[in-house]
Design a binder for this molecule. Sequence first.
Ligand code: CU
Length: 160
Amino acid sequence: MANYKILLIGFIAVIGVAGFSWMNWQVRAPAQIISQANAGELVVYKSPSCGCCGDWVDHLKQSGFKVQVHDTDEMTAVKNHFKVPHEMGSCHTATVNGYVVEGHVPANDIKRLLSEKPNVRGIAVPGMPIGSPGMEQGDEKEAYQVIAFGEKGFKVFAQY
Ligand SMILES: [Cu+2]
């Protein structure tokens, strides 16, 4: 009889631990993707198959930025984690010094963001405008804006 009780308690314990681990995994899944960054370093999250994202990373490196690249299929989770407004969405998401940088933002605007330090969550180039860094297609150039976003809403940061 005593043996059954021990078995039963053991069984319940195993189920409990498994259940807790599963819940924990569910909650922590997006956070496990998120990486720590050094000061001034850009941490870029992109899907492994995104070509224009890689071209944007090259643009940043050529502009003197240190870049850490993370390939992930969980871009929706990443954008939710960094509270990127839906209408600001693009292909890749990056962070630098606590700011969010969404989409094909020119390196000079990131430098300006870091020197002016405005009270915003981040800056974005919504969509994927042709002619923005990483989206070059010959001489073709679409007009686009860099938008600052945060608690106070949206503001045009730069215009091209
Ligand atoms: Cu892109």
